[in-house]
Design a protein around this ligand. Structure first.
Ligand SMILES: [Fe+2]
Ligand SMILES: [Fe+2]
Length: 184
């Protein structure tokens, strides 16, 4: 269970709630780079938030934005591929025994690269259309559903090593991690 506060929003505009988590990811990545931080606690918190946030987007936000024609199938599927890549890079960080090694720094650098790429692309290609093409009322409904799912997954302690391993294995089986795909 994570000891770091990940927030507990219950309502709000889905775009704002997603952005709040994106800021949390950025700040946790900064702490992961800090050798004076409790990096083991930080990676646990990052794992819990990454799994909960991605699942809540995939189940409560992406499908509804597709239905409203705010995003295309391709954009939603690409988002899921990038979540899988994020989970794979996260797994590499979680699998390491020590947190004061070059291997840890290298794994954190790769995680930051993959996650920052996804945050940028999601904000440009998914959150902007959601702002432009979805009503305030629907954004509030999606916000409530997103927050409920996210909080439930966090309460389930969804970021354990065993669970992240199983998510990555399932994603590989589904073909979400095919390296020969174009990864723009
Ligand atoms: Fe996101
Ligand atoms: Fe995402």
């Amino acid at each position: 269970m994570t000891t770091i506060d990940l927030g507990h929003p219950v309502s709000g505009d889905v775009v704002e709630l997603i952005l709040e988590d994106h800021r949390r990811f950025e700040s946790l990545l900064r702490e992961l780079r800090d050798s004076s931080a409790d990096r083991d606690a930080v990676r646990q918190a990052f794992a819990t938030l990454h799994v909960a946030h991605a699942l809540a987007e995939e189940t409560k936000v992406y499908p509804q934005l597709r239905r409203k024609d705010a995003v295309s199938d391709h954009e939603a599927e690409h988002g899921e591929e990038e979540h899988a890549e994020g989970h794979e890079a996260l797994l590499a960080v979680l699998e390491l025994k020590g947190t004061d090694t070059q291997a840890f720094d290298d794994a954190v650098e790769e995680l930051a690269k993959v996650v920052n790429h996804h945050l940028t692309e999601e904000e440009l290609t998914i959150l902007n259309p959601a702002r432009d093409e979805v009503s305030e009322k629907v954004r509030a409904e999606l916000g409530e559903a997103f927050a409920a799912e996210r909080n439930a997954r966090i309460a389930d302690n969804c970021g354990t090593l065993a669970h992240v391993r199983s998510i990555v294995a399932a994603a590989r089986k589904e073909g979400l991690l095919d390296d020969d795909e174009d990864d723009d």
